[in-house]
Design a protein around this ligand. Sequence first.
Ligand SMILES: [Fe+2]
Length: 153
Amino acid sequence: MKEESGIFMPWDEQYSIGIGLVDRQHKELLRLTNMLHSACREGSTAAQGAFQSTVHALVDYVQVHFATEEKLMRQFRFTGMEDHLNEHREFVRTVLDKVRVFQKGELFVPLAFTGFLKEWIIGHIARADKKLGTYIVGVVRREAMARRPPDAT
Ligand SMILES: [Fe+2]
């Protein structure tokens, strides 16, 4: 992969789902996860503080991002909405559980946390979000075709 770039989660054009707004938000999620990863590799007190504030920024951003996707699903009457939203809910539940463990000062492995984030985000984009992107692009294309006057071939 692209590990040689030194970035934990580099953006790859193959992650694009064809919807600019969602792609931009995915890039931001990757950026926050990369920040989190660098903070937990340092181990200093300052890095611990950075880790904490980045975790909160990430949790907040995830909610904003999922709300955007949900809005699009409703707007375009996405047929796979329930399954997709369940994946989001499950992810939020898992992340919040892990954050609670971290806040209570219980056994928490930061690199395992960022590893989990990376795997989930990439897997979710590759399967669920791509499906959503393909669906929306298809609807937009069909609508554009339907609006074309009959002689505009
Ligand atoms: Fe999603």
